[in-house]
Design a protein around this ligand. Sequence first.
Ligand SMILES: *[C@@H]1O[C@H](CO)[C@@H](O)[C@H](O)[C@H]1NC(C)=O
Ligand SMILES: *[C@@H]1O[C@H](CO)[C@@H](O)[C@H](O)[C@H]1NC(C)=O
Ligand SMILES: *[C@@H]1O[C@H](CO)[C@@H](O)[C@H](O)[C@H]1NC(C)=O
Ligand SMILES: *[C@@H]1O[C@H](CO)[C@@H](O)[C@H](O)[C@H]1NC(C)=O
Ligand SMILES: *[C@@H]1O[C@H](CO)[C@@H](O)[C@H](O)[C@H]1NC(C)=O
Length: 381
Amino acid sequence: MAKLTVYIVLHLIIQWSSASSAYVPPSFQMKRVSDQPIISAWDKNSDFLYNYNVAFMPTVSNPDIATLLVRVQDLNTNPATIYDVGPSKIAVSQSTDGSYLKYSHVTQDDIIIDTDIPERSFGAEDPRVVLHEGTYYLFFTAVSKTTDDRWRAQLALATCSVNCTKKNNWKNVGPLFPDVFWCKSGGLLIHNATHRYLFFNDSNIAIARTADLFKYELTNDFLLSTRSNYFDSALVEAGPEPLKLSDNNYLFLYNSARKTNISNPKPNWELEYNLGWAILDGNDPTKVLARSDQPLFSPELDWEKCDNKSGVWTDRGLTPLVIFVEGWKKTAENTFLVWYQGCDSTTGLAELKVTFSSESGATMLAPILVYWAIFLSFFMF
Ligand SMILES: *[C@@H]1O[C@H](CO)[C@@H](O)[C@H](O)[C@H]1NC(C)=O
Ligand SMILES: *[C@@H]1O[C@H](CO)[C@@H](O)[C@H](O)[C@H]1NC(C)=O
Ligand SMILES: *[C@@H]1O[C@H](CO)[C@@H](O)[C@H](O)[C@H]1NC(C)=O
Ligand SMILES: *[C@@H]1O[C@H](CO)[C@@H](O)[C@H](O)[C@H]1NC(C)=O
Ligand SMILES: *[C@@H]1O[C@H](CO)[C@@H](O)[C@H](O)[C@H]1NC(C)=O
């Protein structure tokens, strides 16, 4: 009998440890709030031709207003094609009603990050914003050209505390990694007072650490790498800052690309961009608990595909077959509004709902019961 007790205790320990280490991910549902772009030159919402990659900036004075930072871009004068673009800039637009579907018209006066300093003389791209203790930390890609005519991308920081819809109130901090020739796309996670992480770059998503949000230290670790034979085989790139789910873990949205054969009008363009998700451990956000097998959201509508079969949008897409996310807002527990772009040309809005299955306990229980039935019958017969 003592031997049986020892067996039972041992088996209970084994089961407890295997059950507690198996993270059961929630399920995800992402639906468009509108099937039309919410900011688009073709709907006369902007003076700029391309309006995309928006960051969401929480509005302190009125949480119901969405302030967006929009990457805006125009064609060069006498452009050879619709792909012959000038430098990007970052402009502000605010929602004008409670639906988050209408925004103030974007004009030259709304630009907050311009191409007025050498490190970004060829563009300020891809904003991502975090609000911390009354200050906005804006991460963006500063694009320049070297004297021998090579493109250079540097992840840069600007901050603002008061009246941040006005350009003069933004302070330029500059490139975070001046010695790195190419880096971009930073999502900041302020985990607690001592542990703050910047998930950044494309190709793979690298991790940097910061104590004061101004100085960033590179690590050799990747948060996420590309996976062959998956939808993220060609590239992974940071989304916006991770946000907490009800189980205390973080949800991280990331952008990704794979090769595709879908015929599109852009010369030599053969990638398709989809959105993925990863769950980061709430106790150590550098640990990935689960990752999407399938894209969470993909180019489906004409203004998201801009491929050879997209009607009028065939000739409007700066980059065909792209869905890309840099801004989101938690609206309720496990519910988020996600601003995304289509074809590097326009901005859309979707809602993401995350559901934890109440059956997850039951699905764990079934194999355990079968296991115990076999185990006990061994002693009984
Ligand atoms: C912010 O804007 C308000 C209203 O326009 C103005 O009264 C105030 O002086 C501004 N503050 C700064 C620091 O720009
Ligand atoms: C960022 O990615 C680029 C490739 O796109 C790579 O050359 C660069 O070394 C990476 N930088 C860091 C800091 O990981
Ligand atoms: C694209 O087409 C080539 C040649 O027809 C084929 O080998 C390849 O598997 C296709 N790739 C995809 C992603 O469909
Ligand atoms: C797609 O459209 C482009 C430009 O209109 C054209 O050059 C190309 O041949 C088309 N591809 C296919 C497979 O029809
Ligand atoms: C901050 O987070 C780190 C990593 O998860 C953890 O080790 C540390 O105890 C946390 N500090 C506080 C004050 O919670």
